[in-house]
Design a binder for this molecule. Structure first.
Ligand code: PFF
Length: 479
């Protein structure tokens, strides 16, 4: 522990390497994998997007994951403080820690709308719980949802989303409920809150994921789904698609929001970080692909449009759950799965500013978590009002790339297209050029050859590639 950061209370930390990996995978795997990835892949035409996304994950994402975790492990405190410590030990300007401030603000902003979307999940889990009870009541526990075939019409099923969006009180209740659970976990601390939630929830998540995917493979249109996801049509590769793939790779790996710096700071053990980073990147990408293989067979079997957009999971799948055998049960389990994934991610989002409040402002954990949960919760209210009372409001509508976007999509776009790329670009420059390379090699535990490769990717490829994507994302007219 560093003497510079003398703290009165015992330092919090993970109880084992496995606990850290579960928590980090829990942070990475979330709505990004199960809601955002299929949505983007569907809208961007499938295979080509998937390929670019995977390339970004391993060439840019993986090196950055290692960079963030290493920063946290060296610093042993909140993200801003950790970067300051790395700078101090490297003889670099401590102003570099401002990079982590960008990330911390981004985490707060993402949390605000993440909880709103997770609220939809909560609502749909409830709807499907009722459907399951109804199916059991009909004496048909393995029947479909919504009365089974011949029950509710497709319009009736799909109108639930519109009804939910039109009802701000309901949206608010779900949002508050989800934020409340997130707050509860975070205020209990790293060991008895975050780690405990991850070690209980992540195994449940994987069982559900594999189970529903196998179910989809047998009952859905698996071959059309694999063709869609893995056949690359490069004519679909526009600058927007490349930009979206980068944004998705960063979002999905929880990069650029200081989340992995924060989680890395709770590592107490020595030992290298290369294998751990690889595990996180593989698990996250694997889950995104499996989620695609879980959702698209169902979408295609029901004859639905893969490019359905953000409502794909909420509007399209329930239609499929009506006619599929066991649909009532699977529908309920499916939304439980997304809920679990979203919770372990929102926990990490709230932990970033909470750790900042503890480390930089010397607040207690409980106070810090409460302040930021209330703050992000309040901001989220604007996002959910954007569907009803404030519909038509487009906060950055004057800016061509945000034109016509509602409040939630604007915050999502601003963080994903600008703040995350900016955050990782600055981090890459700092780690690649300013930080003491001997210290980095010792802390990462990489061999000479691997360290050279890592350093090249962080120092050269990340700033240049991310910088270009950022530039063209901001100024689409350049191409
Ligand atoms: N990686 C999460 C997901 O894919 O849903 C989102 C996220 C969580 C981003 C935590 C950033 C973060 F710190």
């Amino acid at each position: 522990a560093s003497a510079a950061q003398g703290s009165a209370t015992a330092k919090e930390g993970w109880s084992s390497r496995t606990a850290f990996i579960l928590a980090a995978v829990g942070a990475a795997v979330g709505l990004g994998n199960i809601w955002r990835f299929p949505t983007l892949a569907g809208e961007s035409g499938g295979g080509a997007f998937v390929l670019v996304y995977i390339a970004f994950v391993f060439l840019l994402g993986l090196p950055l994951v290692l960079a963030e975790i290493t920063t946290g492990k060296i610093g042993q405190t909140d993200a801003v403080g950790s970067m300051r410590e790395v700078a101090r030990r490297s003889g670099a300007s401590t102003a570099w820690s401002a990079t982590a401030t960008v990330g911390t603000v981004a985490a707060f902003l993402i949390l605000s709308f993440y909880s709103v979307v997770a609220g939809w999940v909560l609502y749909y889990a409830g709807v499907h719980a009722i459907e399951l009870v109804n199916a059991i009541g009909r004496g048909d526990p393995l029947g479909g949802a919504f009365g089974g075939p011949g029950g509710e019409s497709v319009d009736e099923i799909q109108s639930r989303m519109g009804n939910l969006f039109g009802n701000w009180q309901l949206l608010l209740a779900m949002h508050v409920g989800f934020m409340g659970v997130t707050w509860f976990v975070v205020s209990r601390g790293v060991h008895s809150g975050i780690e405990k939630a991850a070690t209980i929830l992540m195994p449940i998540f994987f069982v559900l994921l594999v189970g529903i995917t196998i179910y989809g493979a047998f009952t859905g249109n698996f071959s059309e789904a694999t063709a869609f996801l893995f056949t690359a049509d490069f004519s679909k590769l526009t600058p927007e698609v490349i930009n979206a793939a980068l944004g998705q790779a960063l979002f999905s790996l929880s990069l650029g929001v200081a989340g992995l710096i924060t989680y890395g700071s709770y590592i107490k053990s020595k030992g290298g970080l290369g294998g751990t980073s690889l595990t996180i990147a593989f698990a996250d990408t694997g889950v995104a692909l499996i989620a695609g293989l879980m959702i698209f067979p169902i979408v295609f079997a029901a004859g639905l449009d893969p490019a359905g957009g953000p409502t794909l999971v909420f509007q399209a799948l329930p239609v499929a759950f009506q006619s599929m055998p066991g649909g009532a049960l699977i529908g309920f389990l499916f939304f439980c799965l997304i809920f679990v994934a979203a919770l372990t991610s929102s926990v990490s989002l709230l932990e970033v500013p909470t750790a900042w409040g503890k480390g930089e402002m010397k607040w207690s954990r409980a106070f810090s978590a409460t302040m930021f949960a209330l703050g992000a919760g309040s901001l989220g209210v604007l996002s959910l009002l954007g569907y009803n009372e404030l519909s038509g409001v487009s906060p950055l509508g004057f800016w061509s790339i945000f034109e016509g976007l509602d409040i939630l999509d604007t915050i999502d776009g601003f963080t994903g297209k600008i703040m995350l790329p900016l955050g990782v670009m600055l981090l890459a420059i700092f780690i690649g050029w300013k930080a003491d390379q001997k210290m980095l090699q010792a802390e990462t535990g990489l061999s000479d050859g691997m360290f050279k490769l890592w350093r090249f990717l962080v120092a050269w490829l990340c700033p240049i590639a991310v910088g270009l994507v950022l530039l063209f994302g901001l100024f689409p007219g350049l191409i």
